[in-house]
Design a binder for this molecule. Structure first.
Ligand code: UT7
Length: 331
């Protein structure tokens, strides 16, 4: 019997209209455009404004675009994996809320929490359901409303993050394409370096946790940077070696967008030139689980059937890894 692979057959994306520029941030905290640009590569990021709007509200247009492109109805979706650290609520899962909002009446779903590695963890998980023959249409969504967990008085984090959401559809193929390999890692000993301290069962919400601003993202940037540079580059190099890929074989590197300097280090380690690296950090910032699917969304027109693509990520947890993907269609 021929092996079944999980191919990405459609991509959708959504970013909010409001643009938070470095210059506006200069009026909010003690920072400047030059520092942000040279240290991170970010010029602006999108923010979801408006009462009653949550992460699922960015996923709805992203998924509706994807369904329209593929020419299928939401009722054909069998599984939704929603990768996010900013669920609409602690429970139920945002996957359930999204299913209800788009009318995916025949889908089951769950949320996947792996911070900035969320999308590559979700893509690998979704691919298993296709490869096993269990499902034929799996939606993997990566998105975060980071502005809901950012302290806009903390210049070390508020300059980095933005809001956005991307989604891909996975379907079976017997061709040698789609998700071909992945290397994924977790190390919980890094949990104190990048996290949200309160709001979970360890430190439930209280006046004290609110006053101490413990419901916002906390990051020891410099230390996280060192782990991110090493581990993201190592994972990308590892997946190339495992699959006998040279830099010439790689059509595109799609890195998580945490810091342009981390992206450059990963590309250097792989020997991949900058024209093959997808970058959206300059205009979207770090959208956490949204960075990689949003890159695929923006670059979709330029991707060709058979392109070898390496996805790589590092994030809170710590979590990190890389995925080897062969693109399955040309628009
Ligand atoms: O996405 C998931 C994983 N996350 C990451 O991979 C992020 C990894 N970390 C980073 O990207 C970087 O560490 C940051 C962008 C967060 C910070 O850049 P850095 O080059 O590591 O800066 P730093 O923390 O070493 O700070 C350097 C200086 C400090 O001043 P002193 O002590 O040298 O006087 C900071 O206080 O820059 C100062 N600083 C700022 N200055 C202007 C910190 N934040 C700002 C700011 N504007 N926003």
């Amino acid at each position: 019997m021929q092996k079944i692979h999980a191919a990405i057959t459609a991509v959708g994306g959504y970013t909010p209209d409001y643009i938070l520029t470095n210059h506006e941030l200069e009026t909010m905290v003690d920072t400047n455009d030059e520092w942000i640009t040279t240290r991170t590569g970010i010029k602006e990021r999108r923010i979801l404004k408006g009462e009653g709007l949550a992460t699922s509200d960015m996923a709805v247009p992203a998924v509706n675009e994807l369904l329209k492109k593929r020419g299928i109805s939401a009722e054909e979706i069998e599984l939704i994996i929603f990768c996010t650290v900013t669920p609409d609520m602690p429970f139920p899962a945002t996957a359930n809320i999204l299913a209800d909002k788009i009318g995916a009446k025949n889908a089951w779903g769950f949320d996947l929490s792996a911070a900035c590695s969320g999308f590559i963890f979700g893509l690998t998980t979704g691919a298993q359901f296709i490869e096993s023959g269990k499902h034929k249409k799996v939606l993997v969504v990566g998105g975060d409303k980071m502005s809901s967990i950012i302290n806009y008085e903390d210049r070390t984090t508020c300059i980095i993050f933005g809001d956005g959401c991307g989604a891909v559809l996975l379907e079976p193929t017997t061709e040698n394409e789609g998700v071909l390999d992945s290397v994924l890692y977790s190390d919980g000993s890094g949990r104190d370096l990048l996290n949200i301290r309160a709001g979970g069962s360890l430190r439930p919400a209280s006046h004290e946790t609110v006053d101490a601003k413990e419901h916002f993202t906390y990051q020891e940037g410099k230390t996280v940077f060192k782990f991110a540079v090493t581990n993201m580059a190592d994972a990308a190099a590892e997946i190339m070696e495992r699959n006998n890929l040279t830099a010439d074989d790689v059509a595109w590197l799609v890195p998580h967008q945490a810091n342009k300097r981390i992206i450059d280090a990963t590309a250097n380690r792989m020997g991949v030139s900058s024209d093959k690296v997808m970058i959206n950090i300059d205009h979207f910032g770090n959208t956490t689980a949204g960075t990689i699917p949003l890159c695929l969304w923006e670059w979709e027109n330029r991707l060709k059937k058979g392109d070898n693509i390496i996805l790589a990520a590092f994030g809170g947890g710590f979590t990190w890894g890389a995925v080897y993907l062969k693109w399955a269609y040309t628009l």
